[in-house]
Write a protein that binds this ligand. Structure first.
Ligand code: ADP
Ligand code: MG
Length: 256
């Protein structure tokens, strides 16, 4: 739905940066974890979009990425596939499992996600969460979502049932971090989706508080993927501050 592959083959993709890994050509020939490949097939995806072809290998190589791509280019799979491929391969980290049990909040384990996806709105966050549920199916990775304008108590009970991959709007996440409900100390993968829109909505202070906070591993100790439709000055600054030796991916015509 929403993707015209005939048109896609004409869309130019340009990758710039150091030591760029080759993109995958198909899901079958890309050595994906069997469970992820199964879930992708169950979702009805047969061919990766250009963003997905590149991000799977860039992510697998442990590299940071800044991708400029238009709406409908398959960016959600573009970050979920590389993250889940690595997460399924590695399995849960024993240290984190113990830590989660020991540091409880209200008698329940405190949430310590390994992947954090920041997204501008409730609607977009819910969409990403629904996509994550499909691709995490029958795996150890429990996805969850938090956003503003909705009962925080219900969201707390949901994340306390398991929170390995967290989709969040910046404001509600800051609130939950301040209340000690969520810790970011085990984040290995950080995604900023629709970064230009988050800045347009005035979320830069919250985003900086989250990403530059004490709890969050530094850029050398996490993998960061940024997505934006445009690449204006303020996004360039975020990329400079949050990413390390990143690969820049430009899909189609990109405005600035
Ligand atoms: P973006 O975030 O770039 O706007 P999405 O990730 O939301 O795009 O994808 C747009 C639509 O295309 C969604 O309905 C999604 O399920 C579908 N889609 C994404 N990747 C594929 C694929 N490889 N094969 C088939 N459908 C896909
Ligand atoms: Mg999207």
């Amino acid at each position: 739905t929403g993707i015209n592959f005939e048109k896609y083959d004409d869309i130019p993709v340009e990758a710039t940066g150091n030591d760029i890994p080759n993109p995958i050509t198909s899901f079958e020939e890309s050595d994906l974890e069997p469970l992820l490949a199964q879930n992708i097939a169950l979702a009805g995806y047969t061919t990766p979009t250009p963003v997905q072809k590149w991000s799977v290998t860039i992510g697998g190589a442990g590299r940071d990425m800044m991708a400029c791509a238009q709406t409908g280019s398959g960016k959600t799979g573009g970050f979920l596939f590389p993250i889940l491929n690595v997460a399924f391969k590695n399995g849960p980290a024993p240290g984190r499992e113990l830590d989660t049990k020991n540091r409880s909040y209200g008698g329940r384990p405190k949430a310590m996600p390994i992947a954090l996806i920041l997204s501008p709105t409730r609607e977009l966050s819910s969409q990403i969460f629904e996509e994550s549920r499909k691709f995490c199916y029958r795996s150890w990775v429990h996805p969850c979502v938090v956003y503003g304008g909705s009962d925080i108590g219900a969201q707390i009970s949901q994340i306390n049932r398991g929170c390995d991959l967290l989709v969040a709007t910046p404001g509600r996440l800051v609130d939950m971090i301040d209340r000690g409900i969520i810790s970011l100390k085990y984040v290995q993968f950080l995604v900023l989706d629709e970064a230009d829109r988050m800045l347009d909505m005035g979320f830069e202070p919250q985003i900086r508080k989250i990403v530059e906070g004490e709890d969050m591993p530094g850029s050398a100790d996490r993998q960061t993927l940024m997505f934006s439709a445009t690449f204006p000055k303020d996004i360039q600054h975020l990329a400079r501050d949050f990413l390390k030796d990143y690969i820049f991916l430009s899909v189609g015509r990109v405005g600035s």
